[in-house]
Design a protein around this ligand. Structure first.
Ligand SMILES: Nc1nc2c(ncn2[C@@H]2O[C@H](COP(=O)(O)OP(=O)(O)OP(=O)(O)O)[C@@H](O)[C@H]2O)c(=O)[nH]1
Ligand SMILES: [Mg+2]
Length: 255
């Protein structure tokens, strides 16, 4: 057995109605490999049992009533307590078992940011034909517009030092799904290719119903890439958590 890493880590899981998968996702995160670990659920006012289940599993649950995947992360990065951040969907698609190795790599190689490529090792059933095609179009367009050399622009699994967000230039602006590609564009631009790298990991079939709107989100992602390229992307809400938003203590607070 190697000693636990002397670091504090926050694993962030954004959730919206993930009662079928959130418990399994939390259970799949390895424990005991670092000194302190916080599992932070940022919940968009789920109407199912997501918050109750997460609290039962010992996670910290924060309610972010403003809609959007990106909005959840723009709050989470502000309130996370760990010095190292890991992000994943709360739907059992990402391989939580590789988290300790990814963090060790970040430390050993003095990296700032790792994004996990799903396309190279995607398992059967993990992506429908349409999603696979959409991912390819978006990733290709991002490579052509930004010339940044990232294979999978849509991956939601990143490992990074929280301190990178101290630089306002590194803070993503988008409240929706486009935040995912924005993270990688900013990381390569602000941190550089040596400090911000991409690694292939397995990607699995989702547990529970998806909230993604294939055509609507695909279009917003594509539009974002062009708008950002010419500097027309705008922030709709400020960085950070709402003053009066709070951690959920009993799960049913907003019902
Ligand atoms: N807090 C919050 N979380 C959200 C919101 N929309 C989606 N999520 C969560 O963000 C993560 C990513 O959303 P998914 O529905 O998995 O999107 P996706 O991975 O592109 O789609 P699938 O391939 O079907 O999984 C999931 O854990 C969702 O529960 C939201 O508006 N607020
Ligand atoms: Mg997902």
């Amino acid at each position: 057995m190697t000693d636990p890493l002397p670091i504090s880590v926050t694993v962030i899981l954004p959730t919206y109605n993930e009662e079928a998968a959130v418990g399994l996702t939390i259970d799949s995160i390895p424990t005991g490999w670092c000194d302190e670990m916080e599992i932070l659920i940022v919940d968009g006012n789920s109407t199912d049992k997501t918050r109750e289940i997460a609290l039962e599993k010992g996670a910290r649950v924060h309610i972010e009533p403003r809609k959007g995947y990106g909005r959840a992360y723009r709050t989470a990065f502000d309130i996370a307590k760990g010095d190292y951040i890991i992000t994943m969907d709360a739907d059992c698609t990402y391989p939580a078992e590789v988290v300790p190795d990814l963090v060790r790599k970040l430390l050993d190689e003095d990296l700032d940011f790792i994004t996990c490529d799903r396309l190279t090792k995607a398992e059967d059933g993990s992506m429908s034909g349409l999603h696979g095609f959409g991912n390819w179009v978006l990733s290709f367009t991002a490579r052509m517009l930004y010339w940044y050399g990232i294979k999978d622009s849509q991956s939601g699994m990143w490992v990074f030092r929280k301190s990178i967000m101290d630089n306002p230039k590194m803070r993503p602006t988008n409240d929706g799904m486009p935040l995912s590609q924005e993270m990688k564009i900013l990381a390569r631009k602000v941190l550089g290719k040596k400090k911000a790298i991409e690694i292939a990991v397995p990607y699995r079939e989702r547990v529970g119903e998806a909230v993604i709107h294939t055509w609507g989100d695909g279009w917003k992602n594509l539009r974002f890439l062009y708008f950002k390229r010419i500097g027309l992307n705008r922030t709709r809400t400020p960085w950070g958590h709402l003053e009066d938003s709070k951690d959920s203590m009993k799960g049913d607070d907003t019902k």
